[in-house]
Design a protein around this ligand. Sequence first.
Ligand code: PEP
Length: 246
Amino acid sequence: MRKQIIVGNWKMFKTNKIGVRFIENIEAKIKGNPNLIVGIAAPSIMLSDLTKVAKNIKIAAQNCYFKEEGAYTGEISIPMLKEIGIEYVVIGHSERRDIFKEDDELINNKVKALLEANLVPILCCGESLEIYENGKTMEHVKNQLTKNLNGISANHVKKVVIAYEPIWAIGTGKVATPQIAQDVIKAIRDHLASMYDQNIANEVLIQYGGSVKPENIKEILSQPDIDGALVGGASLIEDSYLGLIE
Ligand code: PEP
């Protein structure tokens, strides 16, 4: 049985003090559940303080660079994240791909470096509205995953969390229907089976992301291939975050 994983993505919202208070308040209200991983991907400046107050919530980074160290102004390394106890790192979010022009090769290097360091990449993939309307979603997402997982062993790929996030559903209030999300995520699992094998594919956790809220999460997570959610807007408000994990 696969676990479920619900991760909030705070993007570039909140400040350190507000973030710490949020995590303290949520921690006071939740209990650990061995079958559910809950997390918050926070801006890097908050990570150190948030890990000090988090118990059941996994504090995740929103990005990292793949080199150990060097002249890479503005970047954050994997050893820096490991030292403060970060286990999960979001990689290839559509905002990183579109606004900051991260390409598939860079994303592949980041996924590889994280796995080699024993950290878990939350690898995002997903199509634009144009690709969706042209009926090319499956082709696009499979192509992204082929490139982003290039050279990654079967043993390592089992640790990757994949987040399928149709770009047209991120922050727009438009949710892919649970059936659309299930169909694409099933196609992702089939693709992993063709790249590796069915047993490996069955182990990989695959989330859906795109306007998930407390009101729609239950139906989305009831789909057989969907193992969780990556949630932006609805993870910013305490009651709403609690509603998602409840
Ligand atoms: C996201 O940031 O990954 C996301 C899915 O955002 P939202 O839930 O706001 O659509």
